[in-house]
Design a protein. Structure first.
Length: 133
């Protein structure tokens, strides 16, 4: 079994969220049950899960403060495509100090969606190997 982390977000807008990720971000429904949808990008790509609130035990979450980051081939092209589709754009494309060009959109829950691609002059990332065990 492969270890996986699948973010699970409780939302009162389950159908709208599922449609958003399918229609705008090319996710497919991998698992669906009443009140739950797990979406996957590609055949073995990242997964995101969404579920309807269940009273006080699993209340609806606020999307603010949560960011999903997408590495794309061309952030400007992705921005143009999403803007034409009516997706809410929060921040326009710009070169970032960490060596990416990116922009921010929002999903129906207010989750920030950062789309970026590396700049040719991007600084190299250093991995420390100090992953939590």
């Amino acid at each position: 079994m492969t270890d996986a982390i699948i973010p699970l977000f409780c939302t009162e807008r389950l159908d709208a969220t599922k449609d958003f990720y399918r229609n705008h971000l090319h996710f497919r429904v991998a698992v669906e049950m009443p009140g739950y949808a797990e979406l996957e990008r590609g055949e073995s790509g990242p997964r995101l899960a969404f579920m309807a609130p269940d009273g006080a035990k699993w209340p609806a979450a606020a999307g603010t403060g949560l960011i999903y980051c997408f590495q794309v081939e061309d952030a400007d092209a992705e921005h143009t495509r999403l803007a034409k589709q009516g997706v809410t754009i929060v921040d326009e494309p710009e070169d970032k100090p960490w060596g990416e060009r990116g922009f921010v959109a929002a999903d129906p829950n207010g989750i920030s969606l950062y789309f970026g691609h590396p700049l040719a002059s991007a600084p190299e990332t250093v991995e420390t190997g100090d992953a939590a065990q």
